[in-house]
Design a binder for this molecule. Structure first.
Ligand code: NAP
Length: 246
């Protein structure tokens, strides 16, 4: 379904990004596995994609650094040509009650979770506009919809993606390219592992489906958004959160 599509997934060495990259690879895409520091994990993702018959490259780069992203795009163009699908997935948390949050905690999360989205989208925007099935997919969070104790910086970035996605959807529409957002609930990855056990127990009580998401609960939805089948959906937020209200 993604044959001949070049798909860039940021933060694809681990967690949700790894799952998305492998899902894209299984469905015929040429996949760019971006990572910042987990080199061996990123190469393992490429190996998994190649083992499933797909093609992929790793691309090291800090999404918060415009020059890194620019160099990454050059590498992608040299290898695969123009990009069809960009998944802005890379993200971090620095959780603290607001009273203890420093400007540095605020800035670091902004620079990666929102600055990274600007940098990658800006560098690949022309590609997405000229692609036959240009797709911008931003990974937000239920926390952007509901807020969350101790996550003022993170929640702000994830809400920010809603405005960004809706605006880009309007600016991309003339080229028949789309922009959508996926807002997962709590997903079993390293990011969730950092949440203390007793807090995890309280979160599960708020999830009607009574469990955390697995990465595979999210990846099929992202693949659908990347595929030509989603061509008439744009500016949407897809909540994938086990029924959590917001
Ligand atoms: P994760 O397991 O912590 O993985 C984060 C990934 O992002 C890693 O591959 C990491 O690469 C990469 N990354 C971090 N900073 C980067 C940077 N500056 N430049 C390039 N890559 C960078 O996180 P996850 O749980 O999979 O989360 C992925 C996305 O889903 C995030 O945007 C997160 O906000 C969102 N999300 C997660 C959950 C959840 O419960 N897990 C729920 C909703 C939304 P390196 O290891 O190489 O640094």
């Amino acid at each position: 379904m993604l044959d001949d599509q070049t798909c860039v997934v940021t933060g694809a060495s681990r967690g949700i990004g790894k799952g998305i990259a492998e899902e894209f690879g299984k469905h015929g895409a040429d996949v760019v596995v971006n990572y910042r520091s987990s080199e061996s994990e990123a190469y393992a993702v490429v190996d998994a994609i190649e083992a499933s018959g797909g093609s992929a490259i790793t691309c090291q780069g800090n999404v918060a650094d415009y020059d890194d992203v620019d160099a990454m795009c050059e590498q992608v163009h040299d290898t695969f040509g123009s990009v069809d699908v960009l998944v802005n997935n890379a993200g971090i948390t620095i959780d603290k009650k607001f009273v203890n949050m420093t400007r540095e905690d605020w800035k670091r999360v902004m620079e990666i979770n929102l600055g990274g989205v600007f940098n990658c989208t800006h560098c690949l925007f022309d590609d997405l506009l000229k692609a036959e099935n240009g797709r911008l997919i931003n990974i937000s969070s239920v926390v952007g919809q509901q807020g969350n104790y101790g996550q003022a910086n993170y929640a702000t970035t994830k809400s920010g993606l809603f405005g960004f996605t809706r605006t880009l959807a309007l600016e991309m529409a003339r080229s028949s390219s789309t922009a959508n957002c996926v807002a997962p609930g709590f997903v079993r990855t390293d990011m969730l592992d950092k949440v203390p056990e007793h807090v995890q127990e309280r979160i599960i009580e708020r999830i009607p489906l009574n469990r955390f998401a697995e990465v595979a609960d999210v990846t099929g939805i992202v693949r659908f958004l990347a595929s030509p089948e989603s061509r008439y959906m744009t500016g949407q937020i897809l909540a994938v959160n086990g029924g959590m209200e917001w």
